[in-house]
Design a binder for this molecule. Sequence first.
Ligand code: 5AD
Ligand code: SF4
Length: 402
Amino acid sequence: MNEADSENIAAAFRRRGYELTDEIKKADAVVVNTCTVRQRAEDKAISQIGRLRVWKEKRPEGKLFVVGCAAQKLGGKAIKNRFPFVDEVVGAKAIEAFEDSLINQLGPSPETETAHQNLFRSPQTAYVTIMRGCSLKCSYCIVPAVRGPAVFLSADAILKDAAAKIKAGAKEIVLLGQTVNAWRQDKTTFSELLEKALALPGLQRLRFMSPHPVYFEDDFTALLAREKKLARYMHLPVQSGSDRILKLMRRGYTRAQYLALLARLRAGAPDLAVSTDFIVGYPGETEEDFQDTLKLVEEGRFTMAYCFKYSPRSDRPEMAATLGEPEIEARLGKLLAAVKTNSRVILNERIGKIEEVLFETETYGRASGNFAVRVKAGGTPGKMAGVLVEKADKNTLNGKLL
Ligand code: 5AD
Ligand code: SF4
């Protein structure tokens, strides 16, 4: 979500004739887009802002913007008190109104349209935001507080945005939202929106990120089975393998329900690749709870998993970490090792199979299951081709172009 926001912010600057630069010394303006999902992200944002003091001293006419979730959490006043050289603070809830802050600082935008430019993925993959915020209340999570409740964009606006990005060269669209499959507009379901997007001329593949297990409806399973342009990949955060912890986390499903959902999805799309998120060290997590999480790594057949140490995001005493740092570290280490071993098994199963690869260069592309795929030569950037997998290295499949 932050990457998509950053692209939109960059577009607002580009309309005013600005260009992007990696060299801070050359910059006339700097935007720090912050995250606060875990304390470490917030700390990183704060120290980045601190480091910009030097830039601002050398370039007092330069404009410094601090935006996003940490800006929302800490508040404009606190940030400007601590860092008086910051020109403008725009919290995550007001990110859509970033244009107003730009007008404040730089004046109105000339009415020029600039083509969309990707900043974070290959030029052929474009993000399309379909919802903002989140209306769930997972106990550990700060997102609903900083981004607000779920707000859905209209199907028309979404399809228009996607069509414009395809026209500008995108072959693959990633629909984005904090709980992306919660999207709904009157009677139009998420699956119906996917169907409409799949019908856009020129689109080769459709992805979405990140769904939540409680929002999948039956029509999705059928759509996934039927529509091969819908990526055979899903990042479906589970957080824990222990029913007791899932309940404390207020996730809205049990371990068995999560696994049943995976089984349903895979019944229609047997080659579906699934990755996930885990949190270790949630307050009160026992060794037994943790063992349930470890077992889930194998049972879920995840291709990959992001594993996070629990980070307290509220002042409520019951939400304080209850395990010591060494214990959390030890559990994290075991979990990471289990994920790595399991990923290798899952990746090796792809050997001898044919993957549909969307090439980014002559030798590199991405499979529908989101695996990185390498061939010796012959790929055409922007085109889909079959690759017979011969070898799996770490996170990459190697093979022969068909
Ligand atoms: N501590 C640790 N990890 C967290 N996440 C969200 N909040 C916290 C927290 N307080 C993780 C979840 C989520 C991902 C984006 O970040 O796993 O899926
Ligand atoms: Fe946070 Fe995701 Fe839970 Fe929403 S669904 S509260 S964003 S973890």
